[in-house]
Write a protein that binds this ligand. Structure first.
Ligand code: ZN
Length: 425
């Protein structure tokens, strides 16, 4: 999907965090595509067991060697800074400096992604290869460390978009905006969600769709807190969208309650696609589904991913870059979400409006010519004949598809014909 990939490329250089101007810039770019409502929650406000953090902003950061060369430079890659680092400007020995350096010995080419949201500190992240080069100069070598950041009372920025349907019942779709320059996690989710919302804006929908763009964890907690009553009343289920850009197999993370309508629909669609896929239990959750499914919240939120977070080497490193994701994978992910939504919209239970078999010729639903059919599909007549036995108000489209072994898309088409002819309600 060229549009999604282009949006990822545009947002990639921006330094995002829990709070700050990078998040506002990101949401304002998204606002040019879909009409989201951008909101601010003030620092210090108590939300359930949490407090809205101070706002963090950063302009520049580097480590300079004795020759005055910037050997680590935030402007080259924003993962070089521990996210939420305090300001600093001083000369220190390598012996002192290395206490605040983070690297991955087993992934020597990549910069790790490190945050310190709730403990005030500072630090730099670098590849192990770069660390070794510094180590060669010894413990007494002096460096200038410079971080031009601010951490002060401000606000936390988030956004939502409600697309009204025929019913007030809602499908909730949430993604997180807090990760800096990494693509699968989570520019893929953020940008796919944007274009999924655009697609639904252009459609007439049965359900109301609530799209949520928040910094992970604290953002979803704030969102639930501020909208608790309406969410509890209207949401029937939904998804957290993340990790949808790599070329791995699909992975479905189930809701906490497991056998919800979202689980049923998603697993059915995955089976129907006849590709290999992975299922993960809720116990392996790690994103905002933790909050949305929490006891007492129970919004029944699953997550369709490509390769799940923590299950690939590039996870939370600079290796998760623009080359790690692909346009084809993004398109596949968008398509599966569209398919699931199509089935959510249509997976209803119907009941016959008449007793005993309908006289199909009367409705032009069967041809007089043997072997022909007036329905769109070759075996449309066959489908209707089988279908009517299960239109008793107890079976949804998925149940019927399994019982009569026909594709859900064909069943929906034929059901629409029966509705048009007032044969079912
Ligand atoms: Zn992450």
């Amino acid at each position: 999907m060229i549009e999604i990939y282009d949006l990822i490329k545009k947002l990639y250089p921006i330094c995002r965090s829990l709070t700050g101007n990078g998040n506002r810039e990101t949401l304002n770019i998204i606002k040019n595509i879909i009409p989201i409502n951008i909101k601010e929650e003030p620092s210090g406000k108590n939300i359930y067991d949490w407090t809205v953090p101070k706002e963090w902003n950063i302009k520049d950061a580097y480590i300079k060697n004795k020759k005055g060369e910037k050997i680590i430079n935030f402007k080259k890659h924003n993962l070089h800074i521990v996210n939420y680092s305090l300001p600093i400007n001083k000369y220190i020995s390598f012996k002192e400096l290395k206490k605040n350096l983070y690297y991955l010995k087993d992934k020597p080419n990549w910069i790790p992604y490190i945050t310190s949201y709730y403990k005030e500190t500072w630090g730099f992240c670098l590849s192990y290869n770069d660390y070794i080069k510094m180590e060669e100069y010894g413990d007494d070598e002096e460096y200038q460390v410079f971080i031009d950041s601010t951490l002060q009372n401000g606000s936390l920025t988030y956004a939502d978009l409600i697309i009204r349907g025929q019913t007030n019942k809602e499908i909730l779709i949430s993604t997180y905006i807090c990760h800096p320059s990494m693509c699968n996690d989570n520019l893929s989710g953020l940008c796919l969600t944007t274009y999924l919302a655009k697609y639904l804006l252009e459609n007439k929908n049965y359900y109301t769709y609530r799209f949520i763009f928040v910094p992970e964890t604290i953002g979803s907690i704030i969102y639930i807190h501020n909208n608790f009553d309406i969410l509890k009343k209207n949401v029937i289920g939904g998804y957290v969208i993340t990790h949808v850009g790599d070329q791995g197999e699909f992975t479905y993370l189930k809701t906490r309650n497991e056998n919800t309508i979202i689980d049923k629909i998603t697993i059915f669609i995955l089976d129907e696609m006849k590709q290999k896929y992975k299922i993960r239990n809720f116990l392996t959750c790690g994103s905002d589904e933790r909050q949305y499914n929490f006891p007492g919240i129970d919004l029944n939120i699953g997550s369709i991913m490509k390769t799940k977070y923590t299950e690939f080497a590039e996870y939370h490193t600079s290796g998760d870059d623009l080359n790690f994701i692909s346009k084809i994978a993004l398109e596949e992910s968008l398509n599966i979400y569209k398919k699931c939504i199509f089935l959510i919209e249509n997976n209803k239970k119907y009941k016959m409006n008449i007793l005993c078999e309908p006289f199909l010729s009367k409705y032009n639903l069967i041809s007089d010519i043997s072997g022909q059919s007036y329905t769109k599909h070759k075996n449309g007549y066959g489908i209707i004949k089988k279908l009517v036995y299960y239109l008793d108000g107890n079976n949804d489209i998925i149940d019927i598809s399994k019982k009569i072994d026909e594709k859900y898309i064909d069943i929906i088409d034929n059901i629409n014909l029966l509705i048009k002819n007032n044969i079912i309600i």
